[in-house]
Design a protein around this ligand. Structure first.
Ligand code: TA6
Length: 298
């Protein structure tokens, strides 16, 4: 049963709460009557982001399953406390399938619209990850930018470590006419080659097969160049050293239930996070990381 919907944090013209897909409570941010972002409380998951030009920047599978125990295929899944299979938990951890609370909204003087979501430990999380924690995720919307900031706090009396990522699915007009700039010279782990280490040779990375790589300590500025859409999506990250580049291509697309067989053509995951080196937090310590996405026509 989806949680109840409250208007406690509504701001006329800027923040509204609605019943989203399958009744999931969804927060809708609107900037100056044009740019728009939707975030479901299920996973504090950004499910859509259109900029002031009306361009939808995120991929969302038409087969995405909105169910309490399932990760939504598309948008920005929040990965915590474990990336992939790098630990004892189910792949990518429990944050993306947990119900977060909306704990605050704001319409700033500069017009930026924000919403903050929180997830804290529970008997259910402690049963599988025996630590006390608090995560706060803030989404900030302006005319042509979307920022996602994550604060992870150790509220326990013992230290613990985590890995995390914003598993962002970008919409692209045609993957074969899309490149990713900024990774030349960066070492990556290739998940398709038993995590062998390789140095990226290309200034502009093209995708013409399944790609599943973790680029280590990548530059904080990257650009997705969508030639057919004549658009550039800039990714500006802070305190999130690693970058994942993933496209399932043909065969894996056919194996994914919640992903169209041809959808590999219209998406590219470029994910930012702390993946290779886990972050260790002492009691009372916090980790802060953020990524800003900037959409512009070329
Ligand atoms: O981010 C890349 C990756 O780890 C891939 O290996 C692939 O499994 C993808 O995440 C999707 O994972 P999911 O659990 O959402 O199906």
């Amino acid at each position: 049963m989806p949680p109840a919907i409250s208007d406690q944090f509504a701001i006329p013209g800027a923040v509204a709460m609605t019943a989203g897909v399958n009744g999931f409570p969804t927060c809708v941010l609107t900037h100056a009557g044009s740019a728009r972002a939707t975030i479901t409380l299920h996973g504090a998951h950004v499910t859509a982001w259109t900029d002031a030009s009306g361009y939808e920047n995120l991929y969302m599978s038409r087969q995405a399953v909105f169910a309490s125990d399932t990760a939504i295929r598309g948008g920005i899944p929040v990965i915590f406390p474990q990336f992939g299979g790098r630990g004892p938990l189910a792949a990518h951890g429990f944050a993306r399938t947990s119900v977060w609370d909306l704990v605050g909204t704001d319409l700033r003087e500069d017009g930026c619209v924000t919403a903050t979501f929180a997830l804290t430990d529970s008997a259910a999380t402690r049963a599988i990850w025996p630590y006390r924690f608090r995560c706060a995720l803030t989404v900030e919307l302006t005319a042509n930018t979307l920022t996602v900031a994550l604060v992870v706090s150790n509220t326990d009396a013992q230290p613990w470590a985590f890995t995390t990522a914003l598993h962002t699915y970008f919409a692209v007009r045609d993957i074969r006419q899309t490149t990713l700039e900024g990774l030349q010279g960066v070492t990556y782990e290739d998940a398709l080659q038993q995590h062998a280490l390789t140095v990226e040779a290309h200034a502009a990375l093209s995708i013409a097969e399944e790609v599943d790589r973790v680029y280590l300590h990548a530059p904080d500025l990257l650009h997705v160049q969508d030639a057919q859409a004549q658009r550039t999506l800039t990714i500006a990250k802070r305190e999130m050293p690693d970058v994942v580049v993933w496209n399932p291509w043909v065969e894996k697309s056919q194996r994914l239930r919640d992903f169209g067989d041809e959808d590999y053509r219209s998406m590219l995951c470029v994910e930012t996070g702390c993946i290779r080196d886990a972050v260790m937090l002492a009691p009372g310590e916090h980790w802060r990381g953020k990524t800003t996405y900037i959409s512009c026509a070329r």
